[in-house]
Design a protein around this ligand. Sequence first.
Ligand code: PNS
Length: 163
Amino acid sequence: MSERRAVCPGSFDPVTNGHLDVIQRASRLYDELVVAVLVNDKKKGMFSVDERIELLTEATVGCPNVVIDSFSGLLVDYCRDRGIDTVLKGLRATGDFDYELQMAQMNRELAGVETVFLPTNPEYSFLSSSLVKEVARFGGDMSRFVPTAVHQRMMRGESRHGE
Ligand code: PNS
């Protein structure tokens, strides 16, 4: 039987505990889960792509079938180049749904790539990278929302990449 593989794409600026929950649960459903960080030249972000990859790699050491990578351009082109036909996305709440559905249908139209949605653990349904950054910017405690290494870097001010 061929290997079941999926790609979990995102900005991951930075990776949160909500992302990690989805990645860990999804990794049990596939032989290999590729977590792919979008390289977006138009948006610098708080962490560089290399930092995001480093932090994701560290946070997923306990998941041996998770591979961290980056991509630019269309997700479906990345999927084609890697021979992956499934996109795995976490869904937090109904607010996510409209745009996620549009992207899923577009990716299927463009290249026959299917999208599988995994409901986020309700514990993390309010959590987003943007909110974590905002809380941190104003000195709020976001230690329980992100992996320790992310928290440490944000506290040390090592995450002044672009914001
Ligand atoms: O974490 P994000 O920012 O919500 O992730 C969005 C992402 C990276 C999954 C999405 O923007 C994407 O797939 N971008 C790649 C460009 C692309 O393929 N666009 C067309 C989508 S139909």
